[in-house]
Write a protein of this length. Structure first.
Length: 159
């Protein structure tokens, strides 16, 4: 890939009633932050197929019902440039397995936005709470600080 090229990914906010199953990351990007399950699309894979595969690999859950929520495009002048397809899925409660990407844990939905999370996720949690679909365009500076975010469907400037 050429430097700065966008990579495609999919991630899913797994929930059980009033809890999210989040991953406290032990790898980059977002080392140490709480994030949903997800990862890069593989060649010839659709976003739906990718999130089903990623959830099985990371959380050992076979998703039966996924709901598409939106798209997050992230642009930076460094190597962090993504187009991510965002999903939710309600799953049965279970004891999270070990994961080579980090530590899986259940957290209260109301507490998730106050955790150490990737910057766009704070906005995404609000859209999920409201049941609204979104197309978010996030722009970062060289230090990977979020400098602006626009919701493209409404034209709202959210950051």
């Amino acid at each position: 890939m050429k430097p700065g090229s966008k990579r495609a990914a999919a991630f899913c906010f797994l929930s059980h009633h009033d809890k999210y199953l989040l991953l406290k990351r032990t790898k980059t990007p977002y080392y140490g932050k709480y994030a949903p399950i997800g990862g890069s699309l593989e060649p010839f894979e659709t976003p739906d197929q990718a999130i089903i595969r990623e959830t099985m690999e990371e959380a050992q859950v076979m998703l039966k019902d996924i709901r598409f929520c939106g798209i997050l495009t992230e642009t930076s002048p460094v190597q962090y440039n993504w187009i991510s397809f965002v999903y939710t899925s309600e799953i049965p409660w279970y004891e999270p397995p070990l994961c080579d990407e980090g530590i899986l844990m259940w957290v209260e939905k109301s507490e998730a936005p106050s955790l150490d999370i990737p910057p766009p996720d704070l906005i995404i949690y609000q859209y999920l709470k409201e049941g609204r679909q979104f197309v978010l365009d996030a722009i970062y500076n060289e230090q990977m600080e979020l400098v602006s975010m626009i919701e493209k469907l409404s034209g709202d400037i959210v950051v």
